[in-house]
Every structure is written in structure tokens, then in C-alpha cells.
Ligand binder design. Structure first.
Ligand code: HEC
Length: 203
């Protein structure tokens, strides 16, 4: 169990820092509440590929983060790591992927504006919440590529950095405030959808 939690933590801080925002996400629509048609497809091959991409990223970054949490169980060190080094590691991972493939994270209530969701991201995340589906990844056909969305539920350890802001250590609040002045990613409760990993796969 402990191991599982550490892995979640890792997924957490690290994936956050996935570097370069893909082109598709840069064209963020200013009014994403407008009706956006999302084409869900049943494509087990792409689904498996996308989920693997997401999991492999965790494997790449896990050792560094594990070390951070071991050193400082309060999570403050992890917060520093997530907001600095993990970014670079995520970027390196993305360059190792085949051309046209990319992994990123997003959320409705996001911390880093670089992770801001686009209209499709929002529709998919809202549907996951409405369906209560935090376990099955889904595939969306974007025309020029596929996106595989994997939910990231909020687990207990996530609350250190995404839970009630009032109960965080002062140092943690300071870092968040300084680095993410418009942070939306606190106040989560266990088992809520914290966000998603999006694996983009070229057709
Ligand atoms: C050690 C602190 C820490 C913990 C613990 C943590 N996160 Fe985060 N999380 C961050 C930071 C910092 C960012 C912003 C990273 C960036 O600048 O891209 C972030 C960003 C994210 C994002 C990307 C969207 C956004 O808000 O910018 C998701 C999704 C996310 N976290 C999910 C989780 C989940 C799920 C867990 C638990 C499994 C978790 N986090 C635990 C620090 C943490």
C-alpha cells in the first residue's frame, strides 16, 4: 500500500511538470463552455499505447521523486522538485517518444497555467465526473491525432499539495503563492477527479 501511495505521489508532482505545452493545447479556446463535439472511439490499440506512454513517464521520474519524499515527508521538497526539475524530466521523456506523440497533464482546476485545459479536455473531464468514471481511460479522435485520457483521482497523499490550503505548512503555501499566484488546485478531497494525463498519439 505504501508503495502504491508513493507511486501516486510521484505521478502527482512529476507529471505536473510535463514540459512544453503541445500545439493542440496552446490553441486554448477562451470560451470552452461552448459546445464542443468530442468523438469518442473504441480503439484498444491506441488505448493501450496511450496508457503505456503515461505509465512509462512515471517510471522515468519515479526514482528521483522517491528520493525527495524520503528526504522530506512533509512534501515541501517534493513541491520544489515538482515545480522545477520534474518539468525538465517530463520534457526529456517527451523527446524520447516517437514523432507526433506527447504526454501532458491538465485539470479543470489547474495549478500551472501552462496546463490549462482546452475545450476537448474540459468536455472529457466533465464527462468523467458525470459518469463517475475515474478508472477507465478513454480515446478521443481529434482528426489529425488521437488523445488518450487517463483520470488522476485524488488520493490522500495528493492532499498535501492539493488539499485544504489552510492546513498546509507555511513554506508550502509560500512556494505555491510565489510560483503559482493564480493557483486553482487546492481544496480537493479524496477520490475526486484531480485531473487527467493526456497521451497524444499521431495517426
Ligand atoms: C509535492 C507536492 C505535490 C503533490 C503531493 C501532488 N502534486 Fe499535483 N502538482 C504539484 C505542482 C507543483 C503542480 C504544478 C506543476 C507545474 O508547474 O506544472 C501540480 C500539478 C498537478 C496536475 C497538472 C495540472 C495542474 O494543476 O497544473 C495534476 C493533474 C496533478 N498535479 C495531480 C496530482 C495528483 C493526482 C496527486 C496525487 C496522486 C498530486 N497531484 C500530488 C504538486 C504536487
Amino acid at each position: 500500500m505504501k508503495k502504491l501511495i508513493s507511486l501516486s505521489l510521484i505521478t502527482a508532482g512529476v507529471l505536473s511538470s510535463l514540459m512544453a505545452t503541445p500545439k493542440s493545447a496552446q490553441n486554448t479556446q477562451e470560451n470552452p463552455t461552448q459546445k464542443t463535439a468530442v468523438k469518442y472511439v473504441d480503439n484498444p490499440e491506441i488505448l493501450a499505447k496511450g496508457v503505456k506512454q503515461a505509465k512509462d513517464l512515471i517510471k522515468v521520474i519515479k526514482p528521483t521523486l522517491m528520493a525527495t519524499f524520503k528526504k522530506d515527508p512533509t512534501g515541501v521538497e517534493g513541491m520544489i522538485m515538482c515545480s522545477t526539475k520534474a518539468h525538465e524530466m517530463g520534457a526529456n521523456y517527451n523527446t524520447s517518444l516517437p514523432k507526433g506523440s506527447h504526454v501532458r497533464r491538465t485539470a479543470i482546476k489547474y495549478r500551472n497555467p501552462a496546463n490549462k485545459p482546452d475545450a476537448t479536455d474540459l468536455v472529457v473531464m466533465n464527462k468523467m465526473i458525470a459518469d463517475g468514471n475515474l478508472s477507465k481511460a478513454v480515446v478521443v479522435d481529434m482528426g489529425e491525432n488521437f488523445r488518450v485520457y487517463k483520470a488522476l483521482p485524488t488520493h490522500k497523499p495528493c492532499l498535501k499539495c492539493h488539499g485544504d490550503a489552510n492546513s498546509m505548512p507555511e513554506k508550502m503555501k509560500e512556494i505555491i503563492h510565489k510560483k503559482y499566484p493564480n493557483d486553482l488546485a487546492t481544496g480537493f478531497k479524496e477520490h475526486e477527479l484531480r485531473g487527467v494525463i493526456v497521451s497524444e498519439i499521431e495517426k
